[in-house]
Design a protein around this ligand. Structure first.
Ligand SMILES: NC(=O)c1ccc[n+]([C@@H]2O[C@H](COP(=O)([O-])OP(=O)(O)OC[C@H]3O[C@@H](n4cnc5c(N)ncnc54)[C@H](OP(=O)(O)O)[C@@H]3O)[C@@H](O)[C@H]2O)c1
Length: 258
């Protein structure tokens, strides 16, 4: 078993997940860099971590599929022998951003499978592994971090599936936090605002204007590194008596203003 704490970061080939993987590697974690399609990008993240003296592997798998979730966890454990931290980051926006009156079940299923069902059952599987590792004395404790969104509470009527799935992540975080506290596993929700990534690239102009007009008190785009710093902090020993919390990384967007 590797002596470094190990983090499994889903959707770590690009965007926010990539920044989380790099930040955690910088903090001394060995990293399983999960991706679904972008093998080259995932390999680049692994190489970047290795070049800085860290440990990482790329792990292909669709978090929406049970057999893929199993193989993601198995490969991580075969390589590193432990998982101390799971970051449920993989996510997709609503395909086609259809209006609520045109929303389809097909889109709902793919968004829910990736953003909510996949996250829950991956957390369940990893939590069971963590319980065994903790009881064997192989790791001291575990952490699970779920990346939700301001869409958990701010409506976009052209992304109903995305909003409802992200809202579900808050309850999922509470449920996991409540059950897993006695297992020495802490659970957090990171709630990003508007972050520059491939996901938001198609709506850059819209958000440029909204941000300039004061969408959030801190008037700038969030960067993937802003989210990564928050993930690394909640996973550290900085909050030993906290679990189930939502950490906003949104420039103050969540503050209701007159
Ligand atoms: N960007 C924002 O403004 C924003 C705001 C709030 C919350 N978020 C949330 O933050 C997370 C990351 O978003 P992002 O902006 O970094 O997105 P992104 O740039 O589109 O990257 C998405 C990542 O998720 C992976 N992925 C997609 N479907 C997957 C699946 N079924 N199984 C495994 N991996 C999968 C992708 O892998 P491949 O490269 O292989 O496709 C990629 O690594 C998402 O949960 C998103 O909802 C984003």
């Amino acid at each position: 078993m590797i002596e470094h704490p190990t983090a499994l970061v889903t959707g770590a080939s690009r965007g926010i997940g990539r920044a989380i993987a790099l930040e955690l590697a910088h903090q001394g974690y060995a990293i399983a860099v999960n991706y679904v399609r972008s093998q080259e990008s995932a390999d680049r993240v692994v190489q970047q971590i290795a070049a800085a003296g860290g440990h990482a592997i790329a792990v292909q798998g669709n978090v929406g599929l049970r057999e893929d979730r199993d193989s993601i966890v198995d490969k991580t454990l075969e390589t590193f022998g432990r998982i101390d931290l799971l970051v449920n980051n993989a996510g997709i926006t609503s395909p086609g951003r259809k209006d609520l009156l045109e929303a389809t079940e097909e889109n709902w299923d793919v968004v829910f499978d990736t953003n909510l069902k996949g996250a829950f059952f991956l957390a369940q599987r990893v939590a069971n592994k963590m319980v065994a590792l903790i009881s064997a004395g192989s790791i001291g404790r575990g952490t699970i971090v779920n990346v939700s969104s301001i869409s958990a509470y701010a409506v976009s009527t052209n992304r109903v599936d995305y909003c409802i799935a992200k809202a579900g992540l808050q309850m999922m975080t509470w449920l996991l936090a409540s059950r897993l506290a006695e297992e020495q596993i802490r659970v957090y929700e990171i709630c990003p605002g508007v972050i520059a990534s491939d996901m938001t690239a198609p709506v850059t102009e819209k958000y440029d204007k909204l941000i300039a007009d004061g969408l959030s008190p801190i008037r700038r785009w969030g960067q993937p590194e802003d989210v990564a710093k928050a993930v690394a902090t909640v996973a550290s020993d900085a909050f030993p008596f906290s679990t189930g919390d939502r950490i906003n990384v949104d420039g103050g967007f969540h503050i209701r203003r007159l």
